[in-house]
Design a protein around this ligand. Sequence first.
Ligand code: DMJ
Length: 716
Amino acid sequence: ARARAPPAAARRRSGGAEGPERDPRAAAPGGVGRGLGASGMRSAGPDQGRGHSDQAGPPPSAAARPAAPRRRARGAPLTGSPSGPAGPARGRQGGGKGRAGATLRLSEKFILLLILSAFITLCFGAFFFLPDSSKHKRFDLGLEDVLIPHVDTSKGGKNLGGFLIHGQGHDEHRHREEEERLRNKIRADHEKALEEAKEKLKKSRDEIQAEIQTEKNKVVQELKKKDSKPLPPVPLPNLVGINSGEPADPDIREKRNKVKEMMKHAWDNYRQYGWGHNELKPIARKGHSTNIFGNSQMGATIVDALDTLYIMGLHDEFREGQEWIDKNLDFSVNSEVSVFEVNIRFIGGLLAAYYLSGQEVFKIKAVQLAGKLLPAFNTPTGIPWAMVNLKSGVGRNWGWASAGSSILAEFGTLHMEFVHLSYLTGDPVYYNKVMHIRKLLQKMDRPNGLYPNYLNPRTGRWGQHHTSVGGLGDSFYEYLLKAWLMSDKMDTEARKMYDDAIEAIEKHLIRKSNGGLTFIGEWKNGHLERKMGHLTCFAGGMFALGADGSRDDKAGHYLQLGAEIAHTCHESYDRTTLKLGPEAFKFDGGVEAVAVRQNEKYYILRPEVIETYWYMWRFTHDPKYRQWGWEATQAIDKYCRVSGGFSGVKDVYSSSPTYDDVQQSFFLAETLKYLYLLFSNDDLLPLDNWVFNTEAHPLPVLHLANTTLSGNPAYR
Ligand code: DMJ
């Protein structure tokens, strides 16, 4: 503001600042003295920044400014300039001339001369001791005692025209010396500023822009340094089962190698054609992204794939990913992202990579990112918004969600990652956020004991009473169970919530079809929709995982329920042409486990059915699960593989399917990881020690009493 519109007084003083402002180069040679401060700074972009620092201290240009009025004030009476301070004197002289014809005697002339010289002395003295100017000099140059603001007249000080002038002798001498010093300093500053301005004006536009960029980079580096300050040390939890898990059976080994080869194909093509983008378009061979990741290239596939690469022993690829993350993953971007997706894929992926590899960079990035998600919790209820702008922190909900609601599966799928963040940082803020959500949910009425999918974060009331164990609801239930497992079964509150929810789900949503297939329907508008989504198929694995520790010792029942869901979901694959499962399938009017609507026939490389096979394999060792997993592997390789990676297909019932041309990041994070684990030994990431987040990122069990943070000495 100062540069654009100097106050009127300043404009007058600089005597034509507008000129240099219009053309700074022209101003330099002629008007340097006056226009230097303003013109030099305004003319060249980079100096706008320096203009800011002017506020804080006394730069050369600011110091030079007081010199101008002084020079002019002093010069006016001496040169007889027709304007300025000389004016009044001239007026008085004019008055003398008005008495035309009067003859002045010598004594009168002498008296007049005396008066004139007294007046000049007064002006001279007044100039040096004008209070404002004095203050200015003292402030700018830090000369605390150059000019003495108060004079004790009893010690020889004189009061002249309302200004106090210090007394005689050595004080006056000292004063003159200081004045001289001050003048020299002003002169030197002036010269320096002049040189700087000349230098600047010699530079080309490109050079100036390069300078701006360098300055900007410096600031970014500084910020980065600040962000990367080391986190408090924590004892790493007992990490067991990070081994090769190589199976002895050559047939299984071969299958496992096939899965590894598929991972390499997916990664290499992403590496070649989509590097740094969120996902890959394997047919167009270029980057791809969706609104869940905002409008930035955040390398979602890299972060999501890291732990799979590590587990598979693809260490060169892992290092490439680590290097990219270290150098490029930046969360200070003006981008609106899904809080849920960023949490499960990025924070989950980074935390898993940290625990597996021990590389600090992953932990630091996870914590930086989590900090960017926190503003999403600034709602009247503490239920987070679905989306948040990583830069501004402004949050909002999806336009399609019932009455501006947040989604159960989104705000209910933060617990695992957030507890780990608090554990690793010693900062309870993350833990408190998710526990607040839990407490709020516990207090609410639940229709038929079911949790609706929609909750308004402003009012704290449910939206539409739709309930689903598939999309919009699924991982909320998963995380209740996993919160308990992750706490080494100490978080009994979470287990109770899980048990209550599952009982209500069994009662109201789980049915058997006429053909004997167990399915999980969806509760909508007061009735059960007999349709199951591919997403819902994860529940088979969840029931099996939760069997141990279930209420009334119903472990056998839940294991059986898991097996039935696995069977139904396998049927949904087996009843298609491609042997890949549709997005949603019905159990209605003679149709069983088959998609009816065209827009539900696609397969987008989703993992849920294979995930359930893997859990069932771990708990039962029934070979059919490996068999089913192998069927899916072959079908994916046959129908989804293209030379540029893997693609989803639009119709699993068509023998000549078309591709959707997206290689989803969860294909590398989940689908291929679960397949690889299915053909590995159980001692690779054993389920007693690791809990997989909903994006298949393994996080270690924390032996913490009731999920408090007592394991972290920094917190204690
Ligand atoms: C994954 O991102 C996660 O598993 C999520 O919980 C829901 N579905 C996708 C994959 O289908």
